[in-house]
Design a protein around this ligand. Structure first.
Ligand code: FAD
Length: 411
């Protein structure tokens, strides 16, 4: 392999380039990104960056000089428009054609908007990239100045972090979630409830099992009111959709690669064309650990898959089996999730829930699936190690024993 093209200069793309060089790959690496900014970290966008405590410059994944130092050709502000798998080349919007021996698709995902009337009014936004975050930061400040009200549509992690940041700035905020609880895809019911209670305590209005039916604007076309199913009207001078993403699979689909809620890859993260890998938020992979296909949206997954693809390209392939983990920060709560707890049939809580420092250990049968830890970073690390060892070392009965201490499993 003498040339690698990476499409998407986000977390997974930039980490792939760095991992290739880290393994001593000496061929050509071209990293193509449609955004203008140097590759950056997204997690602070909904946290410190929006709140004004983190600047854009603090987000860069690698210092600007390191691309040239490591011989990584960075092409920014240009979009990969087409892949020609027969010819092994990629054509960019600018007309540039790049040939590859191996192509890595790291195209991330784009936020969805609900197709409700008024979704295109001024003041209706989404949050994915730095440009979105910069515009949203201005809009939050403007809304605060005018005594306006923020409506977050969707009780997932991006929406909840945004609501928490906005409350920290002093803004009035409502979260509308169609499901019966917050972060339902990622969290056990107990931890969802803990988060809901925290948002209520901080003064956020949380409406569950409710849907936005329409958004209504003023004479200038700026959103002012949301109509919910059932007829209730909620003040909404700024609306942010946090209703999930669509994986960036269009390029792959147009090239004839297999797709289906993401670009389909095998355990080595190869697409249906073995010269093309797909990694990060855009990739759907088979997980032996969880016995099903997964598409994960986390820094851990993007970085670990980048290393896995780089290893394969360097002739040292191994199946992707990293333990998934994730974190979110809302108010003073740092919530860490190890493993995937979805599908558990038994949850055991350890620690001090009333003091906000506890973990929920989630099992399916006798097997540990994962744990959610609020303010218990040591628990999180221990569970990650247990999961790496297969998750069979701790039974639910043992965890529920009086006086049980996870530290005994520190190893
Ligand atoms: P991205 O980082 O999205 O990068 C994809 C890049 O590809 C983008 O720059 C895109 O513009 C570019 N691209 C797409 N198509 C093309 C094309 N055709 N040509 C050229 N370029 C293209 N994860 C956590 O673990 N913890 C958190 O606390 C957390 N907080 C988050 C907060 C926010 C607001 C967001 C949006 C995400 C957060 N995440 C968090 C998720 C995490 O940031 C993502 O999982 C991670 O960035 C995925 O990396 P990626 O490289 O797959 O995609």
């Amino acid at each position: 392999v003498s040339s690698v093209v990476i499409v998407g200069a986000g977390q997974a793309g930039a980490d792939t380039a760095a991992a290739l060089r880290g393994r001593g790959f000496s061929g050509r690496i071209t990293l193509v990104g449609e955004e203008e900014a140097l590759p950056y970290r997204r997690p602070p966008l909904s946290k410190g960056y929006l709140g004004g405590t983190v600047d854009a410059g603090d987000l860069e994944l690698l210092p600007a000089s390191s691309y040239a130092d490591q011989g990584i050709d960075l092409v920014l502000g240009d979009r990969a428009a087409r892949i020609d798998p027969e010819e092994r080349s990629v054509v960019l919007d600018s007309g540039t054609r790049l040939s590859y021996d191996r192509l890595v698709l790291a195209t991330g995902a784009r936020p969805r908007r609900l197709p409700v009337p008024g979704a295109d009014l001024d003041g209706v936004m989404t949050l994915r990239g730095l440009a979105d975050a910069a515009a949203l930061r201005e809009a939050l400040r403007g809304t605060l100045r005018e005594g306006g009200h923020l409506l977050v549509v969707g009780g997932g992690f991006v929406g909840l972090e945004l609501a928490a940041t906005a409350r920290g700035m002093g803004l009035e905020a409502t979260v509308v979630e169609v499901g019966p609880r917050l972060m339902a895809r990622a969290l056990s019911p107990g931890m969802s409830e803990h988060l809901r209670a925290e948002h209520l305590r901080q003064g956020v209005r949380v409406l569950l099992r409710r849907e936005v039916a329409a958004l209504r604007g003023d004479a200038s076309g700026h959103v002012r009111v949301a109509e919910l199913d059932g007829g209730e009207r909620v003040q909404a001078d700024l609306v942010v959709f946090g209703v999930g993403v669509r994986p960036g699979a269009e390029l792959a689909a147009a090239a004839g690669l297999e797709v289906g809620d993401g670009i389909l890859v095998d355990r080595w993260l190869r697409t249906s064309d073995p010269a093309i890998h797909a990694i990060g938020d855009c990739a759907r992979f088979p997980s032996a650990r969880y016995g099903r296909q997964l598409r994960l949206e986390s820094v851990q997954n993007a970085s670990d898959q980048a290393r896995c693809a780089a290893a394969a390209i360097c002739g040292d392939p191994a199946p992707y089996e990293a333990v998934p983990w994730f974190w979110t920060e809302q108010y003073a709560t740092r919530l860490q999730i190890a493993g995937i707890t979805d599908g558990h049939d038994r949850a055991v809580t350890v620690g001090d829930p009333s003091g906000g420092r506890f973990s929920v250990l989630c099992f399916r049968g006798e097997r540990l699936l994962g744990a959610e830890s609020a303010g218990r970073p040591a628990d999180h690390m221990i569970v990650r190690r247990l999961l790496a060892a297969g998750g069979a070392g701790l039974s639910p009965g043992e965890a529920a024993r009086p006086g049980f201490d996870l530290k005994e499993y520190q190893g």
